[in-house]
Design a protein around this ligand. Structure first.
Ligand SMILES: [Zn+2]
Length: 205
């Protein structure tokens, strides 16, 4: 009989920050929006070979929808399952757009000077695992609310997440994970809030 290990304490990402950590196959990552209307960018790499990464294209292709939710699998560029979404309070996340970067703010919003960004925060966190900035792919943008008009135009709306809403993803292989509390004004209804997360042990049975 196996005794499940206790869940990790809930961790908090302060507004406009990020982190990176290891997640073992079978463990579940629970990402919580404690205050509501806050996006969290997620990315992952295979621990056994960092050239295997979370693939927006493969995942959307196999799910045949751009709106991934409970029951959907997030695939790697090698078409192997990296995560399965096992619970989802919100049902609206984005997998089309890249993590916000200093260039995002310059090109889209004519912002001058430094601006905190998911890309910068992911680069900083993932550098501890020898992952280079150029290796960071399109992120799974948890709670990000992107609509497509009939003409193909994208519309970014406030996240549908309310205080305490969460998504839970089971790791299907040993992973290196990057996670942020997003820094983009429009994506977060113009207010930067924290993100919380916890790592849960494998389900028993
Ligand atoms: Zn962002």
């Amino acid at each position: 009989m196996t005794r499940p290990s206790a869940p990790s304490p809930r961790r908090r990402l302060e507004p406009q920050t990020g982190t990176a950590f290891l997640l073992d196959q079978g463990q579940r990552l629970r990402v919580i929006d404690p205050l509501g209307e806050q996006v969290s960018d997620l990315v992952a790499f295979a621990r056994e070979d960092r050239r295997e990464w979370l693939s927006s294209g493969r995942s959307i292709d196999y799910a045949n929808t751009i709106y991934l939710t409970t029951g959907h699998v997030l695939y790697s560029n090698r078409s192997r399952p990296m995560f399965t979404i096992v619970a989802d309070d919100v049902g609206r996340h984005d997998f089309l757009l890249t993590p916000c970067s200093p260039e995002t703010f310059a090109i889209l919003y004519q912002h001058e000077g430094d601006h905190p960004s998911c890309f910068g925060n992911l680069c900083a966190g993932l550098s501890a695992f020898w992952i280079e900035p150029d290796a960071i792919p399109t992120t799974f943008n948890i709670f990000m609310n992107v609509d497509i008009s009939p003409t193909g135009e994208l519309r970014i709306g406030p996240p549908r997440s309310r205080a305490g809403d969460a998504i839970e993803l089971r790791a299907e292989m040993d992973l290196i994970v990057g996670l942020t509390a997003c820094s983009a004004e429009m994506s977060n209804n113009y207010k930067f809030k924290p993100i919380e997360y916890e790592v849960l042990p494998p389900a028993v049975g």
